[in-house]
Design a binder for this molecule. Structure first.
Ligand SMILES: [Zn+2]
Length: 235
């Protein structure tokens, strides 16, 4: 997972992300040595030192996010957005057995906020978490494959409103991760996936902050986690 940028930005790569297997996730897994709960953290186990301190690799996440010299910013955003989509979709798919219409009849996030899907008429719709995730991933995949939004031809200009659409993608990806932290963290731990989740989330948030792709109001409920990951992993 450390090689987010190793994903080729191709239509084929984007199209093949829906049915990836959990076994495709690899990476060095560290062991927990300190996972004792303290009362104030009962509702936020992801803040426990034994969990929040774990990542799959020691990476300079800030440096990973900075636009490399000589690269076009829109292109850099596109390649990273595709990589984040692939990795977050992969992680979410790995947890899909735990996130069902029975366990998650609504889509809850940090602070027990309910996420509503906006339908084509802009009407807010309450739906189960698996359906919300399905809507999100389908919406994102459609955008990523739209040549008018994410052109693949060399030198082709990105459209007006491009950054707004990337922000929409980041909103849905953030909510996908936020739901995993808030509702399924013990499931994540059970699968020993928390180092992956932490690494992916830290990189995703650092990149989002670097290019102002995430609304502070949206990320505020997980600010304690973002701060804790930053202090442990230096971003
Ligand atoms: Zn769920």
């Amino acid at each position: 997972m450390g090689g987010c940028h190793s994903y080729a930005r191709t239509r084929k790569a984007v199209a093949s992300t829906k049915r990836v297997e959990f076994s495709e996730i690899d990476g060095h897994k560290l062991k927990n040595n300190n996972t004792q709960a303290v009362p104030c953290l009962e509702e936020k186990p992801y803040l426990l030192q034994g969990y929040v301190s774990e990542c799959i690799a020691n990476m300079d996440i800030r440096t990973l996010s900075v636009l490399p010299a000589g690269l076009n910013e829109a292109e850099w955003m596109a390649s990273n957005t595709i990589a984040f989509f692939k990795n977050i979709n992969l992680l979410s798919s790995a947890l899909s057995d735990f996130c069902t219409t029975k366990t998650c009849p609504t889509t809850r996030g940090p602070g027990d906020v309910t996420y509503y899907w906006s339908d084509e008429q802009g009407k807010k719709v309450k739906c189960s978490a698996p359906l919300y995730t399905d809507y999100s991933m389908s919406y994102i995949q459609e955008l990523l494959m739209d040549e008018d939004v994410f052109p693949t031809g060399a030198g082709t200009a990105f459209p007006k409103g491009y950054v707004f659409l990337v922000q929409r993608i980041f909103l849905y990806l953030f909510r996908t991760l936020a739901h995993l932290y808030w509702v399924h963290f013990w499931d994540v731990v059970q699968m020993d996936m928390h180092p992956h989740l932490n690494t992916l989330f830290a990189h995703f948030v650092a990149f989002g902050q670097q290019f102002q792709l995430l609304e502070p109001a949206e990320t505020a409920p997980l600010e304690d986690l973002i701060s804790a990951l930053g202090s442990y992993h230096g971003f």
